[in-house]
Write a protein of this length. Structure first.
Length: 504
């Protein structure tokens, strides 16, 4: 592949974003098949902004950082032919009839959605909402955010002409084109997964305007080019904008180097998403009971998955330690955890008290106190409690998924930034009693690139893309150790966390 066929992937997470340049380069061993070469072009923090009582995304900053990434790629001598953006799901900006952004997009952790799951379900029916959307009931889903705005009689809804989810919003400001990408649309709980279109009757029942919702396009769709004004501002050519699988989870799944079409994966970062790929959504009542989601994927797939609170809990503890002047790197935290006694105390990671507490450390300590467990006081004990609890939660969710699909998975593919925490990977293999294959780290960005390569004709198929990933990124393999001890402790974890699941 020529140098000029490079692509630029923007992977925006809840705490940071990065621009990565992808090229299919010659293999170092001289083999005939190329490898995927990734170069980090730009990295930036993604810090929410508090306005009074409400939490918002710093959307103007995010737009500027994406522009910086495009400019830097060309300044570094690359010539990407296209770019794609993936990000977290559910959040959106509203555009008025003049094409301008109304207000500053809310952050999914903003407290305005408290109680909205129950209120919305009482309004339209929980079973119906699941059967039509296929989604897990999470308080920040777009439907609950919009219903909170409606309940507050927000004037923003009265003047909104279009709703654009985060990657589509940034793309709109870069290209001038309003588009809606399919995988992101399915995170709203307003998309009808059976009918494969926006759920207009539901949207109208909620007092919302159906014309705000743009007909979704499939991942891999060319939606336009950088506008003339953007290209001139950045001093770059008007490169193509590709709607990739713009929900970062779905981009990550594209890059899972599985050897079978039936595999279990864990996208591991601020959130943990554990799931499997399906051809159709699974809408059995037990899926609702177990609180799983059916999210749209790339290449005509659906992802049966569950959101797990993930490394957010550890990140919040680290933030508090940083404020106390305790300058721990993640390597330090792992080392301290390894020195602590095993299986001392557990939390249910998905308890809503851990969603956005003022003090995560004291919240964990209170949980342990309330459940009659030893209270973790030292830093190492706190980290060990979090990581062991996550590993056992992964087992709980994997076994639940196996019951739903009637499939036993031989192991778990872990991808994403969280796999750099090798202790978590080891603990997960031990808790599952199965092999964990870890890699690649930059799965979302790589999946973003693969969709662009296919759209641009540089790769023929997803299968060709997966072979490219396997050649390019070696996997770390974790086999279970001392799994009999972990197996015995699983019941202790369950006893400590029973009746403390996320409630919808």
């Amino acid at each position: 592949m020529s140098h000029s066929s490079a692509v630029l992937a923007f992977d925006m997470g809840a705490s940071s974003g990065r621009a990565l340049l992808g090229e299919i380069a010659a293999s170092p061993d001289g083999g005939s098949q190329g490898i995927l070469k990734i170069t980090e072009i730009h990295r930036f923090a993604n810090v929410p902004v508090q306005f009074g009582e409400h939490m918002h995304w710093n959307t103007p900053m995010l737009l500027q950082e994406v522009k910086n990434g495009i400019r830097k790629a060309f300044q570094a001598g690359y010539a990407p032919v296209s770019y794609g953006i993936d990000s977290w799901g559910v959040d959106y900006g509203l555009i008025d009839r003049n094409g301008e952004l109304i207000g500053i997009p809310y952050h999914y952790r903003d407290p305005r959605t408290e109680g909205m799951v129950e209120e919305t379900c009482s309004q339209v029916g929980r079973e119906r909402l699941f059967q039509e959307s296929g989604l897990q009931f999470m308080p920040f889903n777009t439907i609950f955010q919009l219903n909170a705005m409606r309940k507050a009689s927000s004037p923003m809804l009265d003047i909104a002409d279009a709703l654009l989810l985060t990657p589509d919003l940034i793309n709109y400001f870069l290209t001038g084109v309003k588009a809606c990408e399919f995988t992101m649309a399915t995170t709203t709980q307003l998309y009808h997964v059976r009918q494969r279109k926006w759920n207009e009757p539901l949207i109208e029942e909620l007092g919302l305007n159906p014309s705000m919702f743009i007909e979704p396009v499939e991942p891999g769709t060319w939606i336009g080019n950088l506008s003339g004004s953007t290209a001139k501002e950045l001093g770059v050519p008007p490169i193509r904008a590709i709607a990739v699988a713009s929900h970062d989870t779905e981009s990550a799944v594209v890059a899972v180097p599985a050897s079978s079409s039936s595999f279990a994966y864990l996208v591991c970062g601020t959130w943990s998403l554990l799931g499997t790929e399906m051809k159709e959504p699974l809408l059995h009542p037990d899926v609702l009971k177990e609180d799983f989601s059916n999210e749209g994927g790339a290449f005509n797939t659906f992802q049966l998955l569950k959101n797990i609170m993930g490394l957010w809990i550890l990140q919040e503890c680290k933030r508090l330690w940083d404020h106390q002047g305790l300058d721990y790197g993640y390597g330090d935290l792992v080392r301290l955890a390894e020195e602590e006694e095993a299986f001392r105390s557990f939390i249910q990671p998905d308890d809503l008290r851990f969603m956005n507490p003022a003090d995560m450390i004291s919240e964990i300590q209170t949980y342990c106190r309330e459940t009659g467990q030893p209270v973790p006081e030292s830093t190492g004990a706190m980290v060990r409690c979090i990581l062991e609890s996550l590993a056992f939660r992964y087992r709980e969710v994997l076994e639940s998924m196996e019951r739903l699909t009637g499939t036993r998975y031989e192991g778990l593919h872990m991808v994403g930034g969280g796999i750099q925490n090798e202790l978590l990977c080891r603990f997960t293999a031990n808790a599952l009693g199965r092999t964990v294959w870890a890699g690649p780290v930059e799965a979302s960005a790589i999946g973003n690139m693969l969709v662009q390569f296919i759209a641009n004709g540089a790769l023929a198929s997803r299968e060709e893309g997966i072979e490219l990933v396997k050649r390019s990124f070696p996997l770390a393999v974790y086999d279970p150790e001392a799994d009999s001890e972990w197996n015995a402790m699983f019941s202790k974890y369950q006893a400590a966390t029973r009746e403390r699941q996320v409630s919808g």
